[in-house]
Write a protein of this length. Structure first.
Length: 336
């Protein structure tokens, strides 16, 4: 175990965790909501430091990131634990487990993890993903600078439920974020995730202001967050607060963990795709094959810029600066 950052000591050997907006007050011998930050003798420790449940080399599109080095591969690593309790979690085996509950964990220190990202030729860097990586803040803080020194990229796939101060530190090292915006409804966040919406929106604005690459994923769940008016408000907010070129991924839901609602109908995804396209230039549909909802087109001239079939990606009409080869429009897509 490693002593955690962002906490304060209280009386009676209690500690006050300041990493995320839950601000857990943790008694001696107990854990925070995340299951991986433990009070031992009045000191807060992170049990997920150097502990990994999964390590794979993935297409960057699988994060999903469609406008960040399209067609490239990235080493992807995850631990255990999460500060949300989503009853529909697609990765609940690792996110809703602590280190003592998950059967097979690998121990890898920051230098070793950084060296692993160099093993595969063409790998662009390291993605912190699978569970909620923010709960392994200390591991990221020690690893991400090493990745940078190697000339590679750091990517974070996160729920965005963060406190501003630790996020500001991450923004020194993280090049690209995919943030899971689960709904635009405060009651949904409280009922289905046991968290709150407003800190996630604050994180999105902080990431955008810092200039890191940002893409957003919205998992559409029938009967839970598929209200058209709420969704319309969400995409309007994204356009006004984050910009019309913000990438939005609409993801099909499948029953998982404690939620048994039916899978998202394709008609719903198509309808929401059209609503989002009224406000945003780049909208994609994932977890289902719906024709022409994964390609990238130039918002200015309509030229096909990137063709995608599954995780096979072909850059068709972008120059080395990420501008449209046909009309010169600056798409903001990072190519090299």
């Amino acid at each position: 175990m490693k002593e955690a950052l962002f906490y304060e000591k209280l009386d009676d050997q209690r500690v006050h965790c300041l990493l995320c907006p839950h601000h857990c007050v943790i008694s001696e011998g107990k854990y925070g909501i995340c299951r991986v930050r433990k009070n031992a003798g009045g000191v807060l420790y992170t049990e997920s430091y150097g502990v990994f449940s999964a390590i794979h080399v993935d297409p960057v599109e699988k994060k999903p990131l469609y406008h960040f080095y399209p067609g490239k591969m990235i080493l992807s690593a995850g631990s255990v634990g999460c500060n949300l309790s989503c009853i529909f979690c697609q990765n609940y085996e690792i996110s809703q487990s602590g280190t003592e509950e998950f059967p097979s964990l690998q121990m890898i220190d920051p230098p070793k993890l950084a060296s692993l990202s160099l093993r595969n030729r063409g790998n662009i860097g390291l993605a912190y993903t699978y569970n909620e990586p923010f709960m392994s803040f200390e591991m990221i803080r020690d690893t991400a600078p090493l990745i940078k020194e190697q000339g590679q990229k750091n990517v974070m796939v996160t729920n965005g439920f963060m406190d501003p101060k630790p996020l500001s530190e991450l923004l020194l090292w993280i090049d690209a974020f995919n943030v899971d915006l689960k709904s635009f409804n405060e009651s949904f966040y409280r009922k289905y995730t046991r968290s709150r919406l407003s800190p996630v929106l604050d994180s999105l604005k902080q990431i955008r202001k810092a200039g890191a690459h940002l893409e957003i994923t919205n998992l559409i769940i029938p009967g839970a967050n598929d209200d058209e008016m709420v969704f319309t408000s969400m995409v309007k907010w994204i356009a006004s607060e984050l910009g019309k070129n913000t990438v939005l991924h609409l993801s099909r839901y499948f029953p998982a963990y404690k939620l048994t609602n039916p899978p998202t109908p394709s008609d719903t995804l198509i309808r929401f795709y059209r609503i989002a396209r009224n406000e945003l230039n780049y909208v994609y549909v994932g977890n289902i094959d719906i024709p022409d909802t994964q390609n990238t087109y130039c918002p200015s001239c309509g030229a096909l810029l990137i063709r995608r079939i599954g995780y096979t990606t072909q850059v068709v009409a972008l120059d080395e600066n990420g501008s449209c080869s046909n009309c010169g429009y600056n798409t903001g897509i990072q190519i090299a």
